[in-house]
Unconditional design. Structure first.
Length: 673
C-alpha cells in the first residue's frame, strides 16, 4: 500500500477532537467546564508523539538534514494559518473591537508573532485572570509559544537519544521528564503554567508512547522501519496492520478523561494534570480500534482543531467585550467559531498544505509583512502637551471633547502608569516605590488596591508627596484588598495575602485603600440579615484588622460609587454635541438613582464599608466620591461635564479630567495627615 493511500489513525484525530471540545467548553462556559483547560495538556502529549515520529523518520540522515527537515515540516505546517489568524484578528481589532483594546493587543500581537506569549509581562498576567477579562485576543497563543519553544529543544534531545539503545532511550526520556516534572511542581504556579521547561515532561510522554510503539512492533515483527505512524493533518496516518477487534480496555481511560473534562467541579491541578497527561499517553497506545475515538465526526473535529483553536478565542473575546454577557449571543459566538474554523480549514488550510515549499514560503513572508504593518499601525498617544492642556482644564469645543474621550480610551493603560514610580516588575500594575518625594517628608504612605490604585497613584503623589518620605504603591488587576473576589478564574486570594504580607513588612504610617468595588456589594446570603453573621463582611473585617495591625496611624478607604453602562461611555461627547438633554444622557448611562443597574449591590457595598469604619475604633476614614458625582436635585450621578468630557474611560478608570474633578477630595485628605 502506498504512503498516500494508507488510512489515517482516526482514533488519534478523535482524541484531538475531544481535546479541542474541552478547551471550547472551558473558554465559553468556564463555570460548567472548569477542568476543560486540560485539553491543552492533551495537545502537548499528541505533539510530542508527532515530533518523535518526524525525527525518527530522518534518523538516518545527517544531523543538519534532520534538523532542517524537522523545522521545515513544522513551520510549513503551523505558520501560514497562525499568521493568517493574527492578521484577521488585527483587522477585526481596528474595525469592530472597542478602541480601548487596541494598545494592549498591538503589544500582545507582537509577542504572538515572536512566539513569546507564554512569558508574562506583569505579575498580573495570570492565564486564568486574563481569560476572565478577555481583553487580550491573543491570550490563547501561549500554548503555541510553548510548543514553538520546545521545537528549539527537541531535535537536540532526540539526537542525544539516538546515541543510546532503544530501551535506554526510554530511560533517558523518563529521567528528563521527571526533572521537568520536578521543575513544574516546585516553581510558582504562574511560572510552571507558562514555562516550556515545566511542560517538557508532557511532550516527552508523547515521545515515549511513540518509542514504545516502535519497540512493540520490533519485537512482534522485527521491522522498525515499517512502523511509521503520523498524527498531523498534513500527513496520512497509516494504521498498524493489527486485528480490528474492538479494544474494550481503551474505554476506561477514555471515559476517565471525558468525565474529568466534563465535571462541573474544579479539581486540583496537582493531581488532575499529571493524571490526564499520563492517561492520554496510555490511551494513545491502546486506542487504535476504539470506535468512539474513530468516529468520523469526532475525527473531523480533530482535523479542524488547529483552525478552531486559533479562531475561537478572538470570537469569544469580542462577545465578552461587546455583548454584555448575553447568553444567546454566546451560543452564536460558539457556533460562529466552528463555522469559521470549517471555512478556514477547507479553503485555506487544505490549500496551502498542497503547495510546494517555495510557495508556502512566499505566503508566509507576505503574511509576516502584512502583520508587521498592521501591528505597528499608528494610533494616538497622548503627549506632554495634551496632558498639560487637560490638567489645566482648558475649555475646548465639543469636537475636542469627542477626540479627547477617544484618546483617553486608547491610552487607558498608558495613563495609569506612574512615570516617577520604580516598578519591581512590570508597569502599570504590581508594586512600585515613588521617587521625587519632598526631603522634608516624614510619613510612610502606602497605596494599595486594584487598577484604581494605579489610576490614582500620580495624584496621591502630587497631593501627599510633600508629607511623605516613602510612598509604596501596590495594585492588582480586578481584585479587592478587603475581599478575595469571587470572579471566575481569578486568583485574588493570592493577591489579598500579598497585600497583607507587604503591609506587615512596610508598616506604613498611613494606608490608602483605593479599589473600585467588585464583590463586596453581593447581597446577604440566604437567612442572613446582619453583618455579625455575614461571611463577606466578616472576611472584610478580618482583613482590615490585619492591615490595621500593620498601620501605625490611619487607613483611608475609598467608598463605592455605582457602575454604569460602559458601552455608552464613548457616545457621551457626541450626545452633548447633538444637544441631547444631560439628564437623558444620565439615563442612557444608567446613572439615574431609580435606574441604577447595580443599585442594590452599590448600596450594600457602601453599607459594608460604613460598618467597617464604625468597627475600626476611629482609625479608619471613608473617602467618598458621592458628593462629587451625585446631583441631589435630579437624583442622578453625573460622570461628564457640560462640554462632554468624560470623567471615566470605557475600562472604568478616571480620565485626566476625572482625576481633576476629584482632586480636591485628596487635597483635603492629604492636608489632614
Amino acid at each position: 500500500m502506498s504512503e498516500a493511500s494508507k488510512p489515517k489513525r482516526l482514533d488519534l484525530q478523535g482524541l484531538r477532537g475531544l481535546a479541542i471540545l474541552a478547551v471550547l467548553g472551558f473558554h465559553f462556559y468556564p463555570a460548567q467546564f472548569p477542568n476543560g483547560y486540560l485539553g491543552v495538556d492533551q495537545f502537548f502529549v499528541l505533539s510530542g508523539f508527532l515530533m518523535c515520529m518526524l525525527l525518527k523518520r530522518a534518523e538516518s540522515d545527517s544531523t543538519c538534514t534532520l534538523i532542517t527537515l524537522f523545522y521545515s515540516k513544522r513551520f510549513k505546517r503551523i505558520l501560514p494559518l497562525y499568521l493568517l489568524i493574527i492578521l484577521l484578528s488585527m483587522i477585526s481589532l481596528y474595525t469592530i473591537f472597542p478602541d480601548t483594546s487596541i494598545e494592549t493587543n498591538q503589544k500582545s500581537a507582537t509577542r504572538a508573532m515572536l512566539f513569546v506569549s507564554n512569558a508574562p509581562t506583569s505579575a498580573q498576567d495570570n492565564y486564568f485572570s486574563m481569560l476572565t477579562k478577555a481583553i487580550d485576543i491573543f491570550t490563547h497563543t501561549w500554548s503555541l509559544s510553548v510548543e514553538a519553544q520546545f521545537y528549539c529543544l527537541v531535535p537536540f534531545i532526540f539526537l542525544i537519544a539516538t546515541r543510546l539503545s532503544a530501551k535506554l532511550q526510554l530511560a533517558y526520556y523518563a529521567i528528563l521528564g521527571l526533572c521537568s516534572y520536578a521543575f513544574f511542581c516546585f516553581t510558582p504556579d504562574n511560572t510552571s503554567f507558562n514555562s516550556v521547561f515545566a511542560r517538557i515532561w508532557q511532550f516527552l510522554i508523547g515521545m515515549i508512547v511513540f518509542q514504545l510503539g516502535i519497540l512493540n512492533r520490533s519485537e512482534v515483527e522485527g521491522d522498525v522501519e515499517e512502523y511509521k505512524l503520523i498524527v498531523d493533518k498534513e500527513e496520512n496516518i497509516p494504521d498498524a496492520e493489527k486485528s480490528h477487534s474492538v479494544n474494550y480496555v481503551s474505554y476506561l481511560p477514555l471515559f476517565s478523561i471525558i468525565f474529568i473534562n466534563a465535571l462541573p467541579y474544579t479539581l486540583s491541578t496537582d493531581f488532575v494534570r499529571p493524571f490526564v497527561t499520563l492517561v492520554t499517553g496510555f490511551l494513545m497506545m491502546i486506542s487504535e480500534n476504539n470506535m468512539l475515538l474513530s468516529n468520523k465526526g469526532l475525527a473531523y473535529i480533530g482535523n479542524i482543531s488547529y483552525s478552531l483553536y486559533l479562531i475561537h478565542w478572538p470570537v469569544y473575546a469580542y462577545w465578552k467585550l461587546t455583548c454584555e454577557g448575553d447568553q444567546n449571543l454566546l451560543i452564536i459566538a460558539l457556533l460562529s467559531s466552528i463555522v469559521l474554523a470549517v471555512i478556514v480549514h477547507e479553503f485555506f488550510e487544505k490549500w496551502y498544505l498542497k503547495l510546494c515549499s517555495t510557495s508556502i514560503g512566499l505566503v508566509t513572508v507576505l503574511l509576516i509583512l502584512l502583520n508587521v504593518f498592521l501591528i505597528n499601525k499608528e494610533h494616538f498617544k497622548m503627549g506632554p502637551k495634551e496632558k498639560e492642556e487637560v490638567e489645566k482644564n482648558v475649555a475646548l469645543n465639543y469636537d475636542d471633547a469627542i477626540l479627547k474621550n477617544h484618546q483617553w480610551d486608547l491610552n487607558d493603560q498608558q495613563s495609569i502608569c506612574v512615570s516617577y514610580c520604580n516598578y519591581e516588575a512590570y508597569a502599570p500594575l504590581g508594586w512600585c516605590n515613588h521617587t521625587s518625594l519632598s526631603p522634608s517628608g516624614k510619613y510612610k504612605i502606602s497605596v494599595i488596591g486594584n487598577s484604581w490604585a494605579a489610576n490614582h497613584g500620580a495624584m496621591v503623589h502630587e497631593e501627599c508627596g510633600s508629607k511623605a518620605n516613602t510612598i509604596l504603591q501596590g495594585s492588582m488587576a480586578s481584585c479587592e484588598v478587603l475581599y478575595p473576589s469571587l470572579v471566575k478564574g481569578m486568583v485574588c486570594q493570592d493577591y489579598v495575602d500579598d497585600f497583607q504580607k507587604r503591609m506587615k513588612a512596610e508598616n506604613p504610617d498611613y494606608l490608602f485603600i483605593i479599589t473600585r468595588y467588585i464583590s463586596v456589594g453581593e447581597p446577604f446570603p440566604a437567612n442572613i440579615t446582619s453583618f455579625d453573621l455575614d461571611p463577606i463582611y466578616q472576611t472584610m473585617k478580618n482583613l482590615l484588622f490585619g492591615l490595621l495591625a500593620s498601620t501605625k496611624l490611619k487607613i483611608y478607604i475609598l467608598d463605592a460609587i455605582p457602575r454604569h453602562n460602559v458601552n455608552n461611555t464613548k457616545f457621551i461627547a457626541e450626545w452633548v454635541k447633538e444637544g441631547v438633554n444631560l439628564v437623558e444622557i444620565d439615563k442612557r448611562l444608567g446613572l439615574m438613582e431609580d435606574q441604577l443597574t447595580d443599585g442594590a449591590s452599590y448600596e450594600m457595598a457602601r453599607r459594608r464599608y460604613a460598618a467597617l469604619v464604625k468597627d475600626c475604633d476611629g482609625r479608619c476614614v471613608l473617602v467618598d466620591y458621592k458628593p462629587v458625582f451625585y446631583n441631589s436635585t435630579i437624583k442622578s450621578y453625573r460622570i461628564f461635564d457640560n462640554s462632554g468630557y468624560s470623567y471615566l474611560t470605557t475600562p472604568k478608570h478616571l480620565t485626566p479630567r476625572g482625576l481633576e474633578h476629584v482632586r480636591h477630595v485628596w487635597k483635603d485628605v492629604c492636608a489632614t495627615l
